[in-house]
Design a protein around this ligand. Sequence first.
Ligand SMILES: [Ca+2]
Ligand SMILES: [Ca+2]
Length: 254
Amino acid sequence: MVKNKLWLLVFVLLAGALIWGCVEELDQGSNNAPMVWFTRAPDDGEVIFANAANFEWVATDWDDDLGMGSTYIQMEPSTVTWFDAAADSEVTFEHPEGWIRHYGDNIYQVLDLPDTTFYFSVRVVDGRGADSTIVSRFFVRYDADFPVIDSVHCPPFKPPNPTFCHTYRMFAHDVARTPRAATPLDSLEYSYRFVRPAPLAAIESEPEWSTENWEVEMCVDGQTNPGEYKFRCKVRDRAGNTAPEYVCKFEIIK
Ligand SMILES: [Ca+2]
Ligand SMILES: [Ca+2]
């Protein structure tokens, strides 16, 4: 019992010392800077294929003095002049320059972004002047256009032999608002489906999308399985835009 009381006394003394220490620190003007982080924003160094970006952030402070504080945002660069090939004219993106006081909810949206590297910053200042800044650096490569399939190397509609192997090759290129936003040739992804007469099952690309899928060999035993064969293929860019399906077919009549 005496031992328990002793422990309680030690605990009370320690807790008291701790609280006293904290109070003293506050009296001496110690202040924690706010903690700020994005809950929605492009990841650092992320390439976005949209021409708009959305930001959302959380700010908190151990000292609970954000109520008297203020928030600022900054977009860099704030002015960009670029050539819009689709509109055949120069266009200027403009955002208010420098740190802008931001009121209300911790959300912000920027629209009509050109294909440039941007830095979006949020600076939160607490009621006693301590501040924290977070930055999202991202690359805009706006692309809403699907790639173009230039040609597919198909066998003739009436193959000379009923049994043969054929290598399908797909040739495509991408288009976008600016050349730098278009997907490079070697990054285009292809998918195919070779449909054969029943009871044969269709052969599908595996994985469904791959840069390797642009070339594939298919073998046909038309002696055993005559009928119509269809090769259906698709191509997509890195923004996920998919070209209309291209189909080539041939027929083996028994
Ligand atoms: Ca603080
Ligand atoms: Ca594209």
